[in-house]
Design a protein around this ligand. Structure first.
Ligand code: SF4
Length: 480
């Protein structure tokens, strides 16, 4: 299927779309195949090989535990945080995994845990650095089923040997779209010939597979999960897991902002009122809240990755609370803003998926945080009344000033620099949208040029800076 808005915004668990969500999805696919093959009952042995970046930073990203859950049959979009804790505790206590059977029974109990996985950090498979192989054998050691998958960013997976078929299927499915586009130039051409905005072009394409009501309800649900993620995070205090001793800051900052609002606005008694003087602090707060929840393995919306999951909710929060005219908006107006924002952001996300990558392991953090910042800038510019040219300009400015951003998380954990980086990138997105809206849409560097530059920069970047925790902050900051 062509990449759509519900591929770019999907519900999953933290801390990483490529290292947690993708591997869990791949393991779940493998478990399902095993069940339908009829060989499940004969399985006596299991082997999991992790390659490249998954092996190098998997412990910090929860890759191994995500794979255990996937092998039990859990899918990232359905599993609840409580189930994660419950099943991992059960596996740790019993030392046994319920292969393809923990969700609805009928699985095979195997003695298997994280310590049994084979880590091969220095081996990078040809297709992608995030490779993993699952192999099951019978009692005589005969291989019953084996498969290699790649987690290619944003929770997307590709199976070895099916890359060409998957690409062909993708190209075929694009032919079914009424208004397909691969580049920003094509997208702008569609806008001009049809007299539609960027968000409306994306909407017309989504209509090829869903009704208008389904699209709207689906996007509002996505936003409700973003809001829920913030609400949960603001109630959780203390240190983030992983041993870096990073303290959650969002709950304190929230208290402080509420106090400032009460002090400044005595008598107004509107719980939705946000003092415009503190717009930056609110944006920071939302980004931190989402990414602290992500870092602790909570439920987040991949947007378009988990490491960058705070940027779009933070900029959308700005659009809903601080954009001109929103103080008089009805609930229906607010819903319209959410739908329009996410459709526009997704249209820009499609451009990154088509021409470059949203995987930190492939192109560094510019592909994760940079892409999210660019998507958010476009969404904001559109809901603030930008023309397609201004929206494209906003997306271009945001990415241009994220070029070269490396991925070097300390301890392989999605905490430092990731959490603050989301707040900074959200601010860049808002500034990019404002700059574009003060122009007339004409500009020197096109979005396509900047996307290609991001791809080439990522290709030239040393692998030390591509989610391996072997360079940058990851080696220059002492973990204690
Ligand atoms: S540095 Fe960027 S790409 Fe790397 S894990 Fe953190 S957010 Fe993701």
């Amino acid at each position: 299927m062509a990449v759509g808005v519900f591929d770019l915004f999907s519900i999953g668990i933290g801390p990483s779309s490529s290292h947690t969500v993708g591997p869990m999805r791949a393991a779940a696919v493998f478990a399902e195949e095993l069940r339908s093959s009829g060989d499940l009952a004969r399985v006596a042995g299991l082997r999991v090989d992790l390659y490249g970046s998954l092996a190098a930073t998997g412990h910090g990203h929860g890759t191994m535990t995500a794979i255990l859950l996937g092998l039990e049959g859990f899918h990232p979009e359905k599993i609840l945080p409580a189930e994660v804790e419950e099943r991992l505790a059960a596996i740790a206590e019993s030392g046994k995994l319920q292969l393809a059977g923990a969700v609805d029974g009928g699985g095979v109990a195997l003695e298997y845990g994280v310590k049994d996985m084979v880590l091969r950090p220095l081996t990078v498979l040809p297709r992608h650095t995030n490779g993993m192989t699952f192999t099951v054998t019978d009692g005589a050691g005969e291989v019953l089923h084996a498969a290699t998958f790649f987690s290619v960013g944003g929770g997307f997976i590709v199976r070895e040997g099916e890359e060409d078929a998957a690409q062909q299927e993708l190209e075929e499915s694009k032919k079914e779209l009424p208004l397909p586009f691969r580049t920003a130039a094509e997208l702008l051409g569609r806008c001009q010939s049809k007299g539609l905005s960027i968000g409306e072009i994306m909407f017309v394409n989504e209509r090829a597979s869903r009704s208008e009501e389904e699209i709207r309800a689906g996007l509002l649900h996505i936003y409700s999960v973003m809001e829920e993620c913030v609400a949960v995070s603001l109630k959780r205090e203390g240190l983030l897991p992983g041993g870096l001793k990073v303290r959650r800051r969002a709950p304190d900052w929230h208290e402080r902002l509420l106090k400032e609002t009460r002090d400044q606005d005595a008598g107004r008694q509107d719980p939705e009122y946000r003092d415009p003087k503190y717009w930056q602090e609110w944006v920071n707060l939302i980004a931190l809240a989402v990414n602290e929840e992500n870092a602790s393995g909570g439920r987040v919306v991949t947007a378009p990755t988990n490491g960058a999951a705070g940027i779009i909710p933070a900029v959308l929060y700005y659009a809903l609370h601080f954009a001109p005219g929103m103080d008089k908006a009805t609930q229906a107006d607010r819903d319209d803003v959410v739908v329009k924002f996410l459709l526009t952001a997704a249209a820009v996300g499609v451009l990154y998926k088509e021409q470059a990558s949203i995987s930190g392991a492939e192109v560094g953090c510019q592909g994760e945080v940079g892409s999210a910042s660019s998507m958010a800038a476009a969404g904001l510019a559109e809901v603030m009344g930008g023309t397609p040219q201004q929206v494209e300009n906003a997306a271009e400015i945001a990415m241009e000033h994220n070029l070269g951003l490396t991925c070097d998380p300390i301890g392989g954990l999605v905490q430092i620099p990731c959490i603050e980086r989301n707040a900074i990138a959200a601010a860049k997105a808002i500034n990019a949208a404002k700059m574009a809206l003060w122009g007339d849409g004409t500009h020197r560097v096109s979005l396509d040029e900047v996307i290609v530059t991001m791809r080439e920069t990522g290709r030239d970047m040393s692998s030390k800076y591509k989610e391996t925790a072997m360079g940058g902050l990851a080696v220059n900051v002492v973990e204690c």
